[in-house]
Each structure stands twice: as structure tokens, then as C-alpha cells.
Ligand binder design. Structure first.
Ligand SMILES: C=CC1=C(C)c2cc3[nH]c(cc4nc(cc5[nH]c(cc1n2)c(C)c5CCC(=O)O)C(CCC(=O)O)=C4C)c(C)c3C=C
Ligand code: FE2
Ligand code: FE2
Length: 369
């Protein structure tokens, strides 16, 4: 792909630091055509589905994209809000709050959010940050646990953008924060607040998004990081082994995924006489289809149908103060050494002079402007 032309005045630009919060992405509307576009992009990513391309292309276009979009659209319609898809709403809100939090802490950094699939795309937001003058960009995925299927795929999109960019900003990447004390503390506080009003359940289920089991054997740390999050959270809540259970949800396809599976486990619990379960999804930083529909609707119904008495869904961290505080600390740790103040008056005047001259400072370029 040819490199895009870029304005030459950026040669003399004063440095600015930026953060790009990245999430998975969501369809633009709860309709079959929007779902087809979204799922087509998502499920064509070889990080997500590792089946060899020609065979997978046939299955994806011949079967999945003919049947799944309409079914998924109906599920999305059941959780859609007047502002849009919950995942998009929370992600955008988190970026706005993080900008404010960092500003309060005296850091004048640019903050935007992007989606790996759908809109706003990672490439469009990196272009926008560059146009706003960002010369250093921290890539911060909203996935606490690293997985090749999610985190690395975000990084791929950044590398692809960089590979077609002439003047590449400095880039840093956050791999994970599954054991970050602020993140664990924010989760614990959400649960404790719920228990203050409702008392503790018979069982706390911590449900993480699943991945194919083979990725664990091929070196993906996601399984271990999910279990570490759960262990730290249980410790922080003072729970014993029998008080909680880690499960994996959202299985896709016929292959074996990480076990135990969330819904079958809840059914077993209902059948075994567990009266009340509380379910939290610590791997999701914002509520979305997988938590609001799959857990709070489908899994709830399955548990109650199997004999369970009470099902409490504990929402994701979303816009909680403790979570945004944790996120801003995680960002600040990774910004270490990068200036986070607006350029001083002299640097700005210098940059403006270069911009007016249409190029770099006099004498700094090998050619006259
Ligand atoms: C096909 C394989 C999939 C893998 C591997 C996978 C991993 C994975 N996903 C998330 C987070 C989210 N997934 C969401 C939706 C979703 N996930 C898959 C498939 C895989 N995910 C599909 C097909 C869908 C779309 C919905 C559907 O049609 O069923 C979402 C919600 C998006 C939303 O719009 O609300 C999130 C978030 C993680 C963290 C993860 C691996 C660790
Ligand atoms: Fe997923
Ligand atoms: Fe493990």
C-alpha cells in the first residue's frame, strides 16, 4: 500500500502525548446488514479464528454470514440503548472520563477511543491523533487479561497503520493489567456494594470470555491471567475456595474452549440446589452483548429454569470512579518518562512559525522551503 502524504509542518511540531483506549467493537446498528459487516470483519481476523484461510472463508461466507447476522441482530436489539450499543457507549464514556481524570492530575494528554472492528477504527483514530499533533501514543486496550485473540489483534491494527505511515509517532503498548491492585480493588468494591444491599450469595460466579482451549496449549497466557484475576479478587473479598467458581462463556463453534463453561455450570448449580448465585464478568471492563444478553438474560433463565432461586448479575466496571482512577494510574505508569504537559509558549511559537513557513525550522532541513 502506498504511504499517505503527510503535512511537512509536522517536522517542527512540538511534542504531544496521547492515549488510545481500544476495545473490541460492536455493530453500528442492531440490524442484519450491520451485523454482517461487523461479523465479516471480526471473524475474518486470523487472530480470532485460526482455521486455514480457504476453508474458513468458505464456512464464513457460505454458512455463518448467511445465518448468524439475523440471530445476533435480534440479541443486540434486546440490549440496544437510545445512545447506541452499550459497548460503544461505555467505551466512549471511559475515554471522556479518563481525559478528565488525567487533566485533574495535571496531565494534558490527548485521549481518544477506537474499536478493533467497526467504528471508530483504530486507523482513523490514530490519523486523528496525528492530525491533533500527537507525537507519542500509548495504546491501552480495554482488556485486563492478555490474549492473542484480542490484545494482540489490537496491536496488529496499530502495526498495520504504522506500516503505511511515513512519520510514525513513538508508540507504547499496554499488554495487560489483570493483577493491577486498582483494577482488583474496583471489582471488589462493586461486589461489596452489591452485597451491602443484598447480603452475600451462596456462590459467586466469575465468568470470563472463553477462547479455544488449544490457544492455552500454544502459549496464550489468557487462561492463567483470568485465574490470577479471580484469585486476587477472591483474596481481596476474603472468600474461601467453595465460595466462588471461575467459568468461561461465549463459546463459538464446535471446538473445545476453556472450561468449565458458564451456562452448563450454572445449570448444574441450579440442579444441585444452589439457591442464589451472583455473577460478575471481570474480564469485561464495560457491559456489552456478552454480559447483558448472554449472562443477564440467557444464563439467568437457564439457572432459574434448572431450579435456582435467585440470580444477581453484578454489572461491569463501566464508569465507576474507582475503575477510572485505576485506569488513569495504569496509563500514568505506562506514560512514565513521556512529557504530559502542553508544550511551553516558546515551543508552540516555534511550531506555529514552522507551520506558517510551510515546513521545518530554517536550517533544520536539507532543502529550502
Ligand atoms: C470466534 C471466536 C471468538 C473469540 C476467540 C473471542 C474472544 C474474545 N472476545 C472478547 C470480548 C467480546 N466478544 C464479544 C462478542 C463476540 N465474540 C465473538 C467471538 C469470539 N470472541 C462473536 C462472534 C461476538 C459477536 C456477538 C455474536 O454474534 O455472538 C463482545 C461484545 C461485543 C458487543 O458488541 O457488545 C466482547 C466485549 C474477549 C475478551 C475475548 C478473548 C479473551
Ligand atoms: Fe468475543
Ligand atoms: Fe492456566
Amino acid at each position: 500500500m502506498p504511504f499517505q502524504p503527510e503535512p511537512a509542518y509536522t517536522h517542527g511540531q512540538a511534542p504531544r502525548t496521547a492515549i488510545l483506549l481500544c476495545n473490541l467493537g460492536t455493530p453500528d446498528a442492531p440490524t442484519a446488514p450491520a451485523l454482517r459487516r461487523y461479523l465479516g470483519q471480526f471473524l475474518s481476523d486470523q487472530r480470532v479464528v485460526e482455521i486455514p484461510k480457504p476453508l474458513w472463508w468458505l464456512i464464513l461466507h457460505g454458512i455463518i454470514l448467511r445465518t448468524r447476522p439475523a440471530k445476533s441482530a435480534a440479541k443486540y436489539a434486546s440490549i440496544w440503548t437510545p445512545e447506541g450499543s452499550p459497548l460503544a457507549v461505555w467505551t466512549s464514556k471511559q475515554a471522556t472520563l479518563l481525559r478528565g481524570w488525567l487533566g485533574e492530575a495535571g496531565h494534558q494528554v490527548l485521549v481518544r477511543h477506537a474499536m478493533r472492528y467497526g467504528n471508530p477504527s483504530i486507523a482513523s483514530q490514530l490519523d486523528a491523533l496525528k492530525a491533533e499533533g500527537a507525537t507519542r501514543i500509548l495504546i491501552l486496550p480495554l482488556y485486563p487479561q492478555y490474549s492473542g485473540t484480542t490484545t494482540a489483534s489490537v496491536f496488529d491494527a496499530v502495526y498495520t497503520w504504522a506500516a503505511r505511515t511515513r512519520n510514525v509517532p513513538e508508540l507504547r503498548f499496554v499488554n495487560h493489567y489483570h493483577d493491577d491492585p486498582g483494577y482488583i480493588n474496583a471489582l471488589a468494591a462493586t461486589i461489596q456494594t452489591h452485597w451491602k444491599h443484598h447480603g452475600p450469595p451462596d456462590k459467586l460466579v466469575m465468568s470470563f470470555h472463553g477462547v479455544p482451549e488449544r490457544t492455552l496449549h500454544l502459549g496464550d497466557p489468557y487462561h492463567c491471567e483470568s485465574h490470577k484475576t479471580a484469585r486476587l479478587l477472591a483474596q481481596r473479598l476474603g472468600l474461601q475456595k467453595d465460595d466462588y467458581q471461575v467459568t468461561f462463556q461465549s463459546r463459538f463453534g464446535k471446538a473445545k474452549w476453556l472450561q468449565p463453561y458458564t451456562e452448563p455450570t450454572l445449570i448444574e448449580m441450579g440442579q444441585a440446589g444452589v439457591g442464589r448465585v451472583d455473577v460478575i464478568c471481570p474480564g469485561f471492563t464495560g457491559d456489552c452483548l456478552e454480559t447483558l444478553e448472554e449472562i443477564n438474560q440467557e444464563a439467568r433463565e437457564a439457572f432459574l429454569h434448572a431450579g435456582g432461586k435467585e440470580f444477581h448479575y453484578i454489572p461491569c466496571l463501566n464508569d465507576s470512579n474507582l475503575w477510572i482512577t485505576a485506569l488513569s494510574r495504569i496509563a500514568q505508569q505506562h506514560l512514565g518518562g513521556w512529557p504530559t504537559q502542553l508544550p511551553d509558549a516558546a515551543a508552540l511559537a516555534d511550531a506555529q512559525a514552522h507551520a506558517r513557513a510551510g515546513g521545518a525550522p530554517a536550517g533544520a532541513c536539507p532543502v529550502a522551503h
